[in-house]
Design a binder for this molecule. Structure first.
Ligand SMILES: NC(=O)c1ccc[n+]([C@@H]2O[C@H](COP(=O)([O-])OP(=O)(O)OC[C@H]3O[C@@H](n4cnc5c(N)ncnc54)[C@H](O)[C@@H]3O)[C@@H](O)[C@H]2O)c1
Length: 240
């Protein structure tokens, strides 16, 4: 039984579909768009409208999920303010915009981990997978709040791995490179795509499908002794 936040579109939706194909039941948690994805998953999918940054909203989401599925084994913290972000110089980022990105991308991960920790601790192989970003390793300019938020996710992953290790729960992060999804992003021009591909060891555009193997490994039992790690899936853009 898996919870995938931000699964109403993009990478989260692709992950939700793949987990269902693997036999998981999946709660599609999103502010919007969850119904459409959950419907496409059939009886193994459950749409839950919730805000990851809001603890009351997530407490209500947990109640719905436990009523429907009775347990949670895997939590994938994928929701973030990302495709809607405008690139801008750091001097042009307002404090409210900074705070909103941090509230969703960092506090949201914390709130979801805390909300589901009783269930993950009770699971035989509890798993948390957090979405960071290769932008942290590149130090990409143009969205300082986003890059800072994704760096925070790596620190949170490491500390939480130590806090939950005694309960047998693993906590890892995946850092994708620039990934094409069905969602158009004005910030990625054809010239950007060419530059991204030129920078990768593997010379093609990364898609959501490229993340599914890493996701399945970290969600499954084979990764039981792997925790606190950040697995970079970027076609060889960076080596860490
Ligand atoms: N696509 C990329 O190039 C890329 C690269 C590196 C990392 N990532 C990370 O992967 C994850 C998914 O990326 P994506 O491209 O699918 O992003 P996206 O912007 O297309 O989708 C994000 C989803 O999160 C949801 N969401 C936003 N705020 C929420 C909230 N408060 N509560 C609940 N749901 C909320 C949105 O409704 C949306 O469905 C993000 O964490 C992103 O930072 C993406």
């Amino acid at each position: 039984m898996a919870v995938v936040t931000g699964a109403g579109q993009g990478i989260g939706a692709a992950v939700a579909r793949d987990l269902v194909e693997q036999g998981y039941r999946v709660a599609v948690v999103d502010l919007n768009g969850g119904e459409k994805v959950a419907d496409s998953l059939g009886e193994r999918g459950l749409a839950v409208e919730a805000d990851v940054a809001d603890e009351d909203s997530m407490a209500a989401a947990r109640t719905r999920i436990l009523d429907a599925f009775g347990r949670v084994d895997v939590l994938i913290n994928n929701a973030a303010i990302f495709s809607t972000l405008e690139m801008k110089s750091f001097e042009d980022i307002s404090v409210p915009e900074w705070d909103r990105v941090m509230a969703v991308n960092v506090r949201g991960v914390f709130v979801c981990c805390r909300t589901f920790s009783p269930d993950l601790r009770a699971a035989e192989h509890g798993r948390i997978i957090n979405l960071s970003s290769g932008a942290v390793l590149l130090g990409r300019p143009g969205y300082l709040h986003y890059v800072a938020s994704k760096a925070a996710v790596i620190g949170l992953t490491r500390s939480l791995a130590r806090e939950l290790g005694g309960s047998g729960v693993t906590v890892n992060a995946i850092a994708p490179g620039s990934t094409e999804t069905e969602v158009p992003r004005a910030t990625v021009t054809p010239a950007d795509v060419a530059a991204i591909i030129a920078g990768q060891a593997i010379k093609r555009r990364q898609t959501s499908a490229d993340l599914l193997g890493a996701m399945a490994f970290l969600a499954g039992t084979a990764s039981g002794f792997v925790t606190g790690q950040t697995l970079v899936v970027d076609g060889g853009m960076t080596f860490n």
